[in-house]
Design a protein around this ligand. Structure first.
Ligand SMILES: *Cc1c(COP(=O)(O)O)cnc(C)c1O
Length: 462
């Protein structure tokens, strides 16, 4: 039931046609199709009608038009927007994990812009395979016999389990039947793959002999999962990969190793704990090793599977492989990224390694320049984190610009986020922290102008 006042209000909502006749709305037609503009106007008038029916007064024509203009502006904005990561978390999942190398960006751009020999053999002039080159590059870099790259490491694990263990059993330590994040849980993935999870040991202690005792005629594989995002302290034990490989050999079953981050570089070189390397996994005898493309590899989102040729072939031929295959841009970027490791230029080429290896005194100088520009705050010793499901709890000494904003910290952070491009800082106990480690040096001027705008703005507010 609508009251008379409401009827009146409903009648006063301008019609779609009337709004479309407005010159400012007409001008939108230069940017958006007429159908889109009409939809936006209809959305606004429908919204007004609902608002009136729920008791609000009718928005005037001006209000409706500015609503449509605002909505049109948001509708045409590109996404994702570039942001500057001043949080000090190198692999920030919410900010898109690893920034890529110049070579990877160029390769992806070329693959996108034109045609390529993606599935074409230039020697024979016949159809080629999209797997053969990437398999060779993965093999060259990791020391494995063969490889395949898929959509991400989550799909790599699902695919490998489906191809190798569907309808059979896979043995996993209780301490490793974990959730990686974003709903990726080993027991659930196992179920999806059609394999049966056989848990052994206890949450804190599992021994190689526990795996041996769980082997049946139905066992297809042993799965080892790297605890990427947590660490267990105290009375704990997990067998080394090599011990599991020995158990596997005894019973003739393969060991699959989900490394998660999968570094190709020994992280101890940077004063960090050792993240198990892909090469070690291959040398220690994992039949299959799986890792992400955009964690410590520093490339595009991808899942890399490497190992025993016969098993990699089986995985490549599984129907799911087609469903989780990588697109040409990611394949191009991944190849370029892997080639940096092959040429031993990864530390210079790949942004995450430049960030991780940046010396603290250089970072300190940049923080001091930022402090100069901001005219406020102080340079403090702090810790950067690697993040992104690698090296849990591991930090690197760094220097940050710390601005104690008190209750205003949140609004100062919001001002930095409203810069172009937005600058993302860390807030800790009423302090705003900006860490140069995760800001590319060529972005320094952008941070400086954002800081200047923030302090100018802050001054005019108070
Ligand atoms: C991050 C991670 C995954 C998932 O990898 P994505 O590339 O994010 O899909 C799987 N397993 C482990 C151990 C991980 O750390």
């Amino acid at each position: 039931m609508t009251s008379n006042g409401q009827q009146e209000n409903l009648r006063s909502i301008p019609s779609v046609d009337a709004v479309l006749r407005d010159a400012r709305i007409g001008a939108l037609a230069g940017e958006l199709s007429l159908a889109t503009v009409t939809n936006l106007v209809r959305e606004a008038t429908d919204g007004a009608r609902l608002a009136v029916l729920s008791g609000s007064s009718s928005p005037g024509t001006e209000e409706l038009i500015s609503h449509v203009l605002e909505r049109a502006q948001r509708a045409t904005a590109n996404w994702p927007r570039r942001v500057i990561n001043a949080t000090g978390v190198v692999l920030h999942t919410n900010l898109g994990r690893a920034p890529m190398s110049a070579a990877a960006i160029e390769a992806a751009g070329l693959a996108a812009a034109g045609y390529s020999d993606l599935e074409f053999d230039l020697d024979s002039g016949k159809r080629g395979s999209r797997n053969s080159r990437i398999s060779q590059v993965i093999a060259d870099v990791t020391g494995a016999e063969a490889g395949i790259a898929v959509n991400n490491n989550a799909s790599a694990v699902l695919l490998a389990l489906s191809a190798i263990a569907e309808g059979e059993e896979v043995i996993v330590s209780r301490g490793e039947a974990v959730e990686i994040g974003g709903g990726f849980r080993i027991p659930d993935v196992m179920r999806r793959s059609g394999a049966t999870l056989v848990e052994v040991g206890t949450t804190n202690r599992t021994y190689a002999r526990d795996y041996g005792a769980a082997v049946t005629a139905n066992t297809a594989a042993i799965l080892k999962v790297h605890p990427s995002n947590f660490s267990v302290q105290g009375f704990t034990h997990e067998p080394e990969l090599a011990e599991l490989v020995a158990v596997g050999r005894e019973h003739d079953i393969p060991v699959l190793n989900d490394l998660g981050s999968g570094s190709l570089i020994d992280t101890r070189r940077f004063g960090l704990q050792r993240e198990p390397t892909v090469q070690d996994s291959v040398t220690d005898g994992a039949a299959i090793t799986m890792f992400s493309g955009d964690k410590l590899l520093g490339g595009p989102q991808a899942g890399i599977i490497c190992g025993n040729r016969e098993l990699v072939d089986r995985i490549s031929k599984h129907p799911l492989a087609r469903a989780v295959r990588l697109d040409k841009m990611a394949l191009a970027a991944l190849t370029a990224t892997l080639l940096s490791y092959l040429k031993d230029t990864a530390e210079a080429d790949i942004p995450i390694w430049r960030m991780i290896s940046a010396p603290d005194d250089e970072i300190g100088k940049r923080a001091a320049r930022w402090r100069e520009a901001a005219g406020t705050g102080e340079v403090k010793s702090e810790r950067s984190t690697v993040g992104g499901g690698s090296l849990p709890g591991e930090t690197l000494p760094t220097s940050v610009l710390a601005i104690s904003g008190g209750a205003r910290s949140e609004s100062l952070a919001a001002k930095l986020r409203s810069a172009e491009p937005p600058v993302i800082a860390r807030i800790r106990e009423d302090e705003l922290l900006l860490d140069p480690r995760t800001v590319l040096p060529e972005e320094d001027e952008l941070v400086i102008s954002a800081l200047k705008a923030m302090t100018a703005d802050d001054g005019s507010d108070t």
